[in-house]
Design a protein around this ligand. Structure first.
Ligand code: HEM
Length: 225
């Protein structure tokens, strides 16, 4: 092994840690989605719990296809070596419409599905904010890329991805809480849901600031107009 190989290999292995973590985070909601798709494909008995999905399956089916594509494929956009290849742009052409699909079907279900027993108006209100912010972030991220503004492009795309991945953080917060404490009250459930989005947005803003500070103190990337 040459010296340069020895120096680059650990870094290239380490760069896969972030996508691996993101894939893990996306796994639980993606699994829940595949369970729902299997149920809907098998002509299910209509119950109080599934009536909204069975009577209007299209939005939830499109939502689940888009969330699985967006959360899984999106994780790979965080690999620095892939970002330098054509892969990043090709994947971006799938991710932008998939991300808009996530946000718009999410908003549609928020507006038109009956509110399930475990949700309340706080969760519903937060979904309007999150869905709208995610769609706007993707549009601004695409616009920045088209303008070759590679400072604002990753910032908006990270915001959109962080908002979407609220679903994963919600699984991490509320899953164990439900296992330990049993069915959660709507207030505790709503607090966990909103806290997950807040945590993700705060983390994304911290990352964006850190990248910007790194760049302004001697980094290489600048606004490439
Ligand atoms: C990558 C991110 C996301 C994932 C992985 C995800 C996952 C899912 C899954 C699996 C379902 C079906 C739930 C079930 O079968 O009981 C669902 C439903 C839903 N999602 Fe998402 N979602 C994501 C993003 C969003 C966003 C951003 C919004 C906000 C507008 C949203 C709003 C909804 C709504 C309103 C429902 C229906 C909830 C119900 O009536 O029980 N989702 N989501």
């Amino acid at each position: 092994m040459t010296t340069s190989q020895a120096m680059t290999r650990p870094t290239s292995r380490r760069e896969w840690l972030v996508p691996a973590g993101l894939l893990l985070l996306a796994a639980v909601p993606a699994l829940a989605g595949s369970v729902r798709l299997t149920e809907l494909a098998s002509d299910p008995v209509v119950t109080e719990a599934n009536a909204r999905f069975v009577t209007q399956p299209l939005p939830v089916v499109v939502h689940i296809i888009c969330v699985t594509t967006y959360s899984m494929l999106g994780a790979f956009q965080f690999v620095p070596s892939l970002r330098r290849r054509r892969w990043h742009r090709l994947a971006g052409r799938v991710l932008a419409p998939a991300g808009l699909g996530v946000a718009l079907t999410g908003l549609w279900m928020t507006a038109f599905y009956d509110l399930p027993a475990h949700d309340n108006m706080i969760v519903n209100g937060a979904r309007y904010v999150v869905g709208t912010a995610m769609a706007v972030s993707i549009v601004l991220g695409v616009r920045a890329a088209l303008r070759r503004d590679f400072v604002n492009h990753p910032a908006w795309m990270m915001r959109a991805y962080a908002l979407a991945m609220g679903a994963g953080t919600q699984a991490v917060l509320l899953g164990p809480a439900t296992v330990i404490a049993g069915p959660l009250s709507t207030t505790v459930y709503a607090t966990g849901m909103v806290a997950a989005w807040v945590i993700n947005v705060a983390f994304a803003e911290w990352l964006i600031r850190r990248r910007r500070t790194g760049r302004s103190t001697g980094g290489t990337a600048r606004r490439r107009a």
